[in-house]
Design a binder for this molecule. Sequence first.
Ligand SMILES: [Zn+2]
Ligand SMILES: [Zn+2]
Length: 429
Amino acid sequence: MSNNFVHLHVHTEYSLLDGINRIETLPEHVKKLGQRSLAITDHGNVSGSYKFFKSCNKAGIQPIIGMEAYYTIQDRSVKDLDDLGEPYYHLILIALNNEGLHNLYKLSSLAYTEGMYRKPRLDDFLLGEYSAGICATTACLGSRVSQLILNDRKAEAEKMIHHHKALFGDRFLVELQLHEMEEQQRVNKVLMEIALRENLPLIVSNDCHYTHEWDKQLHEAALCMQTKTTLSNEKRFTFGEIDVHAASHDWMWKNAQAQGMPYDAISNTVSLASMVDSSSYFSDRMNRYPKYQDLPEGETAHEHLEIVSKQGLFNRFGSMPPEEYRNRLDDELVAIKKMGFSDYMLIVAQFMEGARTVDVLHGPGRGSAAGSLVAYALKITEVDPIKYGLIFERFLNIGRGATPLIFDHEMVEKIESLPVSHTKCNHKH
Ligand SMILES: [Zn+2]
Ligand SMILES: [Zn+2]
């Protein structure tokens, strides 16, 4: 077993009725094979990306998020077949960092809303707009490059590679696949020639659709459901003898070698994985809260939070609060600052004040929020956490990194469903 290979072309349950790999178990499987990274490249969507990210982290595997896009050489608004009689082609896109991930989201959305013709398609314009942080590969037999080769239009296939390279630069790779069918062999041969001549990096993939070799029949059954037929239909769409399981390094190298591929095509998959900054994925997820809008001139949100919560605590006591309270308040403020929730606390305090002003029904606090002295000082809650021995860490915990929760949806719904007479406005207009 070697860790010198990474599956960079992988379909999961988010390739509907085509991918049999389960996001929940696949990372564990490749880890057992000694692999350190794993990609997800579902057809036309990135909907499994966050689930995949979490599952890989749990298994201790580097997640690589990508998509097998549908690509048209025509304008995406042209809903018609092209010169080869094709509605779309396959193209693998991989996010090298968080910017690339967000671009994948945009590309996938726009393909659905603007490029839909049988499948959600991208065109050169969209790729040009959103290619930052993304690397691409020639994908499978379904790519424009492969189809040109199979139509004996080799010079144009080469041109197409130049075309992609002009956009992606050194973030463009040539992908070989191991299937023993004649077409694949022809395509591989030409791709290897071009890559060698043009000094383009090669990778090899197994276009992985299921996890174990014995899942093949299950995959065939899914294809039957997709194409609305049964296994007994001899003319049905099938993968035939092709084995697209999540193979080990040794299996991949044995087959690649037998087909005259260089070892670089195996080891380059690891080089590509090392270029992916997976730790940046979703790194902006925590701090997408609105900013507090009523800050006094020259104060940061946290400085303002410190001032108003100290004042609030003083008001609760009507005099200098006991040392235990002052220390607890300071500790909580440090944690709130560290977690970036100063604006959040100020905003919640503001709309609680609003609720009191217009006499909207509100409770004394719920759940873990009652454990916060800052919340008590700001009149978000009416429960003194020290008096009742409630701990702050259940509300906000630096180690846990979860979002604080002050309201539940049920309460919001209850407020919304109140008859109008329960909410009277005291404002003089
Ligand atoms: Zn494909
Ligand atoms: Zn594929």
